[in-house]
Structures are given as structure tokens and as C-alpha cells.
Design a protein. Structure first.
Length: 552
């Protein structure tokens, strides 16, 4: 069947003009000419959404989302609660149940809307996954050429050897022009992002035109599918050393996941979404989606250079005052400008990075790194984890928000996100923890908890652990210098963590964090306070009922 016939059979679409697999240059022109919608509060729904810079097609496309959707619409994200999957899915506030009958009715109305509109739909055929053993064919079908171009940037193309492509294919129908009626449609607002895990359909409707929806919806899908295959999907970065030694780094925003994986001495597999399968580590993606706010171009030269490359997409960065975007050199954009959002973004192909592993794949990892940025100043800079410790800290997914980063935060606040990516984890956390434990056991991988946060006091009093010391700790772990028999350990009396007493290139006195505090009693009180937060999170989330053993 042709693509049009397949979409008619699957969805009932029969009155659209399809533009299928246009080149990025063609999508660039289509986006500027045709992508229309709201770009400012109270504005009309027919404003231009995509612009060139002065570089034209030799530079990036600049795109503006609806002002109410400058990040993922987590409160409007659902999965269809079919009886076959209801007990498997990890339901939560940012991944809620959607009634199957309501979904079928809503999908029918969206298709009727498109058939009546008789407009243009852009189709892009890509894959989620670089390894054909599990890769899922992903067909994007949407009203915006920008989204099709984003799908081209972010996902692999032409993955050879995928069996039963038609049977595995996922289809995203992305329709910003449709407005939901909550009373009729069962949504919470006029927009919705809904995954039908049974029928392999992702429906995005209403003011949900943030590019990240096109990416993270499929990540959530893969987090459901991979465990069903006995494999592990992960929110992590990954790289390979010169010995062919693989490493994966889990971590929430601000912990160093991207920075530490971008090591000139190691090849990058990817910075965000990966699978650990029988064949090793592989990237789900073929691109990067980086935050731009306050970008330090000297510290992030790859991103800085890519800002001026063709086929890239800058999202929600305004031109300089008094200038049109068409007059702007991308390097002159004010990346500190928060007038649209704190979450300005940049999509670029993985090959913009000059040191990428072939095929975005690598061997089984020798080292697993759980990153945290402890703003309370009490966790050790590095701890060696084993067995039940790994599972506990993996499902905890701890880091700390800093005072001043959000309105009302005056002291550090604990942030726990299971598996270091709870919103995207569509199965229960214990499923991923068990898969991780199995993979580590099968491949004799080591694990460390690496703290990139504060020492000598909490944020505001102490100092952040230097990047030089953090890299030295990471390098020592990767080289096996922290393994049993290579160094001596002591056990932290509050956190029950195994701390090395020495590490090449790092002052031994900082390895036990209590040593760095002048007021030891204040340290002890702060440590017990943080331990209490860990315990409360563990109990609140019901991890013991999922078979996770408490270790502190």
C-alpha cells in the first residue's frame, strides 16, 4: 500500500495532501511559507511561526511555539488505559489514564477535522533506535513542516535490517489546529498528548507544538516496549574510551550528564536516550536537543558552532530588539534572553559533534555512573555502589534544586525522579531497576554515585566540587582505580555509602565530606536531614512494595 492508503486504513484520513520525506531544505522553505499559529499571548492563530536568519538555508531555522507550550505539556499527557496494559503502565500525575472510548471518539473527530480542512500534512519516515534488533519505524504525520524537520534531525533514517516494519510502525498524528472540548473529549484542556500503546498511535492535538513533544513521546513509548523485550531503555548519556570501554551516565538536569559525557578522550554515543540490549549500547536518536539559555560558547563549542550550521532548528530565541530575525547572524542572538522562556532549545544532528561513535553504538558498558548534584553539601564526591545500593539510588534518582533557581526556593530542595527520568518511564521503576541489575551482573559492570554538587557546606556556604576533581574521580572509576583491591574504603555512618580513602588527582581529605565542614555538628544534622528526605521519598513512592530494598 502507499502511505496515503496506509493512513486511510489506520486513521481514516482521506482528504489531505501529503508531502512525504521532503529534504531539510524543502522543509525549511515549507515551514517559513506555511507554518502558522499563535506565537504570543492573545495573538491570532495565523501568525508566522518559522523564520530564516541572515544565513538563509546555510543556517538554522528559527521556530516559535505557542506561548503556553514552551516545554512539554506534562499535565496534558496521557496513555489510553486499555485493559491489556492497565496493570503494566506506571500511572502518575504526568502520565495519566485516558478512557479508551473517549480516545476513539476524539481520534475520529480529529480525523474528521482534517478531512474537512483538506490541508497539507507533512510526513517523515524515521526510526527510533540505531540498532535494527529493536528499532521502531516512526512515521511522523503533522501540520507543521518544522516538526517534520525536527523529526529528521532527531531520529535515525534508513536503519537496515528491521524485521516486520509495518507491524512495528508507530504513527504520530500531530494536529495543532484542532481544539479539544474537555467535557466532550475527556481531556483536561483544549490540548492533549495521548499514546495508544495498543494500536501504536501517538495523538498530539491543540496548543502542544513544542518540538520536544515529537521526541519525548517516542521516548516514553520506547520505555514501554524495551522492557517487554527483556532489554533496558535509559535516560542517560553514553560514550566509549580508547580501550573500547563503554560508560553510561544517568543524571537529571544540572548534574553534568551532557558535560561529562562530552570528553575529548572518549567517543560520544549520545547525550540523552539509549538502549542497553544484548548487542551493547545504542542511541535511540540521531540528534541532540540542547538547552540554549545562558549557553557558554567557550565551554560548549560544539553547540556554539552548530548554531550557524544548515538544517538545525533554534526554538524560542527572539531577535535582538529592533531587528528582524532575517537580519540576524545566529552567533549574535542573545542566548540570555528569557523574554519567551527559560527553556529555549536547539535541535542539531549528532554528526555536528566531531567525535561521535560509528553508528551511535558501542559495547556493553564497563562503568555505570549515577550523577547527583547535592546542594546540601553532605554526600561524598564519589561512592562505590553494589547490588541493592545500585537499585536503591537508581529508583531514588536524587539531585537538589538550588536556592534562587525558582521563585520561592530559599534553601536547597531535594528532587527525586525515579530512574533519572520519571515522567518518561511508562513502566514501574522496579522494572528498569531489575533490568539494570541483570545487565550489570551479566557484563560485570561497576557502578559509582558521582556527586557534582557542594562540599564544605550547603549551597551558599560551601563551594561546588571542582570540575577538575569531578573529572579525576570519573576517570579513576573508568580506569578501575576505585575497584576492590585497588584502594581502601570507609563507610559513611549516615548514608551507608562506601567511600574510597584515596583517588589519583584528588585531595584525600575531601573524599569524606564531613572532613570539609568546619562545624561537624552542623554537618551531621544536615546529613540526617537529607537521609530523612531519602527515606520519605522511598516510603511515599512505595518502592519497598516493588521489591526495592532500603539501604539507608
Amino acid at each position: 500500500m502507499t502511505t496515503a492508503q496506509e493512513l486511510k486504513s489506520l486513521l481514516g484520513l482521506e482528504n489531505a495532501t501529503y508531502k512525504i520525506n521532503l529534504s531539510k531544505n524543502e522543509l525549511f522553505d515549507e515551514a517559513i511559507a506555511n507554518d502558522r499559529g499563535r506565537v504570543r499571548e492573545g495573538g491570532p492563530d495565523d501568525e508566522q511561526k518559522a523564520y530564516p536568519t541572515k544565513l538563509g538555508k546555510n543556517g538554522p531555522l528559527v521556530y516559535y511555539t505557542d506561548p503556553t507550550c514552551t516545554g512539554r505539556p506534562v499535565q496534558d499527557t496521557f496513555a489510553v488505559a486499555w485493559p491489556e496494559i492497565e496493570d503494566t503502565v506506571w500511572w502518575k500525575k504526568d502520565f495519566k489514564k485516558f478512557d479508551p472510548d473517549k480516545f476513539q471518539g476524539l481520534l475520529k473527530r480529529v480525523v474528521e477535522h482534517l478531512n474537512a480542512k483538506a490541508g497539507t500534512l507533512y510526513v517523515k519516515e524515521v526510526y527510533c533506535g540505531a540498532d535494527p534488533a529493536y528499532a521502531v519505524p516512526y512515521r511522523f504525520v503533522g501540520e507543521y513542516a518544522t516538526h517534520a524537520m525536527f523529526a529528521h534531525n532527531m531520529f535515525p533514517k534508513d536503519v537496515k535490517g528491521v524485521a516486520d516494519e509495518a507491524g512495528k510502525r508507530w504513527t504520530m498524528l500531530n494536529v495543532p489546529s484542532f481544539r479539544c472540548d474537555p467535557d466532550r473529549d475527556g481531556t483536561l484542556s483544549e490540548r492533549a498528548v495521548i499514546m495508544d500503546l495498543k494500536n501504536k498511535i501517538g495523538l498530539v492535538v491543540g496548543r502542544a507544538d513544542y518540538c520536544g513533544v515529537v521526541k519525548k513521546t517516542m521516548f516514553t513509548v520506547m520505555n514501554f516496549l524495551l522492557p517487554e523485550m527483556g532489554e533496558l531503555s535509559m535516560h542517560c548519556s553514553a560514550n566509549i574510551g580508547k580501550r573500547g570501554d563503554g560508560a553510561i551516565l544517568f543524571g537529571l538536569s544540572g548534574t553534568g550528564k551532557t558535560t561529562l559525557s562530552a570528553d575529548p578522550n572518549r567517543e560520544l554515543i549520545g547525550d540523552d536516550e539509549h538502549a542497553w540490549t544484548k548487542g551493547g549500547i545504542s542511541n535511540f536518536e540521531d540528534g541532540c536537543y540542547a538547552k540554549l539559555i545562558d549557553l557558554d560558547k567557550e565551554a560548549e563549542p560544539v553547540i556554539a558552532a552548530a548554531l550557524s550550521m544548515p538544517g538545525t532548528i533554534i526554538e524560542n530565541v527572539p531577535p535582538l530588539p529592533g531587528k528582524k530575525m532575517e537580519e540576524m547572524d545566529p552567533q549574535d542572538l542573545d542566548l540570555t534572553d528569557r523574554s519567551i522562556t527559560e527553556n529555549s532549545r536547539f535541535s542539531y544532528p549528532l554528526d555536528c559533534n566531531p567525535n561521535v561513535a560509528a553508528g551511535a553504538k558501542g559495547p556493553h558498558p564497563e562503568t555505570i555512573v549515577l550523577l547527583t548534584a547535592d546542594a546540601f553539601g553532605v554526600l561524598p564526591p564519589v561512592s562505590v555502589l553494589e547490588g541493592k545500593d545500585v537499585m536503591y539510588h537508581f529508583v531514588s534518582g536524587f539531585t537538589a534544586k538550588l536556592a534562587g533557581t525558582e521563585v520561592g526556593i530559599t534553601e536547597p530542595q531535594a528532587a527525586f525522579s525515579a530512574c533519572f527520568g520519571a515522567p518518561f518511564m511508562s513502566q514501574k521503576p522496579s522494572v528498569y531497576a531489575q533490568r539494570l541489575a541483570e545487565k550489570m551482573g551479566e557484563n560485570d559492570a561497576r557502578c559509582i554515585l558521582l556527586n557534582t554538587g557542594w562540599s564544605g557546606g550547603a549551597y551558599g556556604t560551601g563551594k561546588r566540587i571542582s570540575i577538575q576533581h569531578t573529572r579525576a574521580l570519573l576517570d579513576a572509576a573508568l580506569d578501575g582505580e576505585l575497584d576492590e583491591g585497588k584502594t581502601e574504603y570507609e563507610t559513611h555512618p549516615v548514608f551507608n555509602l562506601k567511600m574510597p580513602k584515596s583517588c589519583p588527582g584528588v585531595p584525600s581529605e575531601i573524599l569524606n565530606p564531613r572532613n570539609t565542614w568546619t562545624d561537624k555538628a552542623a554537618y551531621d544534622a544536615q546529613a540526617e536531614k537529607l537521609r530523612g528526605m531519602f527515606r520519605e521519598n522511598f516510603e511515599t513512592k512505595g518502592f519497598s512494595e516493588l521489591g526495592i530494598e532500603p539501604v539507608m
